[in-house]
Design a protein around this ligand. Structure first.
Ligand SMILES: NC(=O)c1ccc[n+]([C@@H]2O[C@H](COP(=O)([O-])OP(=O)(O)OC[C@H]3O[C@@H](n4cnc5c(N)ncnc54)[C@H](OP(=O)(O)O)[C@@H]3O)[C@@H](O)[C@H]2O)c1
Length: 324
């Protein structure tokens, strides 16, 4: 027997229970992992609250790192003892051990520790596709990232800066502004106090930005659109404050032929070759020091309720790992 988090009804952090589970042996094409660190992500909150439904009872958590402890038939790319990490559906990463498909797992280079991997697989692969594929940031661009001091936010700030962009980022407090600034955000804006649209117009001499990466959703949607230059791209990649209102296409015409996209990591990493290439690029920018991991909170996995409460209360910065 081993332990994992399960929930059988949606609700507050208290619905998550630390229970005994039997993971069994890996079948054909599968591996069993002993996990040493799990990542905490906002999507875990969406599943727990029911914003993203799934059949219950179910597990939670999308990413973890650890060691291969058993290999099923037909698996040649991995062996017992390999250090690996993954981002995978369905949720279930909040666990001491796990059996999953071998093609969902990526081998870790020596330079990336298990904890570092658990802190960047989901958020770092997201930063990769947002900056390199959804809107390809180039030197000289000025970009806006919402929640710049968060998990995805700090990675995006550093990576965009390394690409030669000027980074404008919104944050909920002065402490978070200082953290964002120390991670490459040239212009942190405390949006709980300042009008971020007016500040973006001021910083860009009225021009607006070519891309807004918005993970806040309901509370920032309309004002984010007002930050865009004509032909700019609104990238709606999350809904920490709640889902967007129904989209009115005239809003996009009236502001100058804007583009709208609602990307998901699982689309971008859907092909194994893309998943591997994205992970390789992520490990490379982290190993080179251009992008640093920020594990600013650690909790025992059995205390994940507190971790969710802190994430939802906007008390966390950077990334959080859960130790099983
Ligand atoms: N589409 C994708 O592929 C994808 C992948 C990964 C993550 N995401 C999304 O990216 C966002 C960031 O994820 P993360 O795990 O790195 O979380 P995070 O940014 O570390 O935490 C969320 C942050 O959102 C801000 N926020 C603003 N209004 C909020 C509200 N009403 N309630 C709670 N937080 C609020 C808070 O920062 P301030 O206090 O500074 O406002 C908070 O710290 C999430 O929306 C997530 O769903 C999407």
């Amino acid at each position: 027997m081993t332990k994992a988090i399960r929930y059988d009804k949606t609700g507050g952090p208290e619905v998550m229970k630390w229970v005994d589970v039997d993971v069994g042996e890996p079948g054909e094409g599968e591996v069993r992992l002993r996990q040493s660190a799990c990542g905490l992500n906002y999507i875990d909150v969406y599943f727990r609250t029911g914003l993203y439904p799934q059949p219950l009872p179910a597990g939670l958590g999308m990413e973890a790192a650890g060691e291969v402890t058993a290999v099923g038939s037909g698996v040649s790319a991995l062996k017992v003892g390999d250090r690996v990490a993954y981002v995978a559906r369905p949720p279930g990463a909040y666990a001491q051990e796990r059996v999953l498909r071998a093609d969902l797992v990526i081998k870790l280079p020596d330079a990336i520790s298990d904890e570092a991997a658990a802190s960047i697989m989901l958020q770092g692969l997201t930063a990769q596709y947002l900056l390199r594929r959804t809107y390809r940031v180039k030197a000289g661009d000025t970009i806006l990232i919402q929640a710049a001091a968060g998990g995805v936010g700090l990675l995006v700030c550093q990576w965009a800066k390394a690409l030669g962009a000027t980074v404008i980022g919104t944050v909920g407090s002065d402490e978070k502004a200082a953290i964002a600034k120390a991670h490459g955000c040239d212009h942190p804006i405390v949006y709980t106090r300042e009008d971020f649209t007016a500040r973006v117009r001021e910083i860009t001499n009225g021009a607006g930005v070519p891309v807004v990466y918005d993970s806040i959703g309901k509370d920032t949607y309309a004002k984010s659109l007002d930050c865009l230059a004509p032909l700019g791209m609104f990238v709606s990649f999350g809904n920490a404050s709640g889902p967007l209102p129904p989209i009115d296409s005239s809003e996009f015409a009236g502001r100058g032929s804007l583009f709208f996209t609602r990307p998901t990591l699982f689309t971008y990493m859907g092909k194994r070759a893309d998943y591997e290439a994205m992970a390789a690029e992520l490990f490379d920018v982290v190993s080179s020091g251009k992008v640093k991991t920020s594990i600013n909170q650690r909790y025992a996995l059995k205390d994940v309720g507190q971790a969710h409460a802190d994430l939802e209360a906007r008390k966390t910065t950077g990334s959080t790992v859960l130790i099983p």
